[in-house]
Design a protein around this ligand. Structure first.
Ligand SMILES: Cc1ncc(COP(=O)(O)O)c(C=O)c1O
Length: 376
């Protein structure tokens, strides 16, 4: 018997291509769930598939002490996203955050305070869970966690002084209800960090790598990051996490951090291709345009059930009257996969492969679901 941890969507996926998946009964769905956003390029992307099969014909794993051309190039390109930047590769978002926490401890020894935002979600391992706000996730494991101060976006800058080691921010909060950081507040937080010598860490696990319309979502949120974490779509859905930091901060002393699978050539080959796709095919520009048009289409829905439409690029949330889970279920019945972001927000995480007709199908289905009344 599987654990009850994940619940069940009651759907067995048989196949998928681009922005669509088909279940074992032959029913087709527009996929705006994309495995929590990790199928960022859609399903079975031909170039990612080719990279995967090419990588699979060479050693899948060799250890980080051995050189690999695609990996070196990938790390160099990811590092170049920050000034003189360095990159570390692991296997998930939460590990990328743990890595950032260790860098903070190395680069700001003696400073104890770590700040994050209310509604923040940073992962589920002990360090990342300490940063995560939702008590439902934290409470059963409280004895493992360290103290983090959670502030509102408006109060964050004024809480920063020279006792603060680091401030963790999602440029767009995903799990916490799809809340983009106001760029004016982002600038204030960046200034306060610079003046106090506190490190600003952008958690772009969900929002980065082009999803929100820029390679680094922090650049859209006024955040001058010292450290950036990414994961999810970086290798098109294969397990990967990335932590990038400004080279001027320093480096891990040899042997103080590591991962058996992190940086394996197979995943790096696919991530290398994924990076080439994002930078070479104007996917960021498309994400911005399609996302803006989709939000406008959702805002135009004339229903008292729509309280607010929020988001940036391909990370979109609609706050609804009543609970979001029944709306997500009703959408699934109509052939649309979405996911909740907290109790009252329906979240859409389309892939780069989503076509204008898919957005329209989702908007129409959403309209229909709300027209019969929130099934809550
Ligand atoms: C912003 C953010 N940070 C961290 C994580 C944790 O990533 P993972 O599930 O890959 O450990 C997530 C996952 O949803 C996330 O959205």
């Amino acid at each position: 018997m599987p654990s009850c941890l994940y619940g069940s969507r009651g759907l067995a996926v048989a196949s998928g291509r681009g922005g669509l998946v088909t279940d074992t009964t032959g029913k087709e769905y527009v996929d705006f769930f994309t495995a929590h956003g990790s199928a960022l390029f859609g399903h079975c992307h031909p170039r990612l598939g080719a990279a995967l099969s090419e990588g699979s014909a060479r050693p899948w794993t060799i250890g980080m002490g051995f050189d690999d051309g695609f990996r070196s190039d990938l790390m160099e390109k990811l590092g170049s996203l920050l000034p003189d930047g360095k990159a570390y590769l692991c296997n998930s978002g939460t590990e990328a955050i743990e890595t950032a926490l260790k860098l903070v401890a190395l680069f700001r020894p003696g400073r104890r305070r770590i700040l994050a935002l209310r509604r923040a979600f940073h992962g589920r391992t002990a360090g990342a869970l300490s940063l995560t706000f939702n008590p439902h996730y934290r409470r059963p494991f409280q004895s493992l966690l360290f103290d983090v101060e959670h502030h509102t976006p408006e109060n964050l800058a004024s809480a920063i002084d020279d006792t603060v080691a680091a401030v963790f921010v999602e440029p767009v909060q995903g799990e916490g209800g799809v809340h983009p950081m106001d760029p004016a507040l982002g600038l204030q937080v960046s200034d306060a960090c610079r003046e106090a010598g506190a490190l600003l860490v952008a958690d772009e696990v969900q929002s980065g790598f082009g999803r929100c319309g820029a390679m680094l979502a922090s650049s859209l949120a006024g955040l001058a990051s010292d450290i950036v974490c990414m994961a999810k779509g970086v290798a098109g859905g294969l397990p990967v996490g990335v932590t990038i930091w400004k080279g001027s901060l320093g480096d891990f002393p040899q042997g103080t951090h590591g991962s058996t699978y992190g940086g394996n050539p197979l995943v790096c080959r696919v991530a290398h291709e994924a990076l080439a796709l994002v930078t070479g095919e104007n996917l960021c520009g498309q994400a911005r345009e399609l996302g803006t048009a989709f939000r406008a289409r959702l805002e135009a829905i004339d229903s008292p059930s729509v309280k607010e439409v929020r988001g940036l690029g391909l990370l979109v949330g609609v706050e609804v009257e009543g609970r979001s889970a029944p709306v997500v279920r009703a959408l699934q019945e109509r052939g649309v996969l979405a996911l909740p972001a907290g109790p009252n927000v329906v979240r859409f995480l389309p892939s780069f492969a989503a076509e204008p007709a898919h957005f329209e199908r989702v908007a129409q289905s959403f309209e229909e679901v709300l027209a019969v009344g929130n099934p809550a």
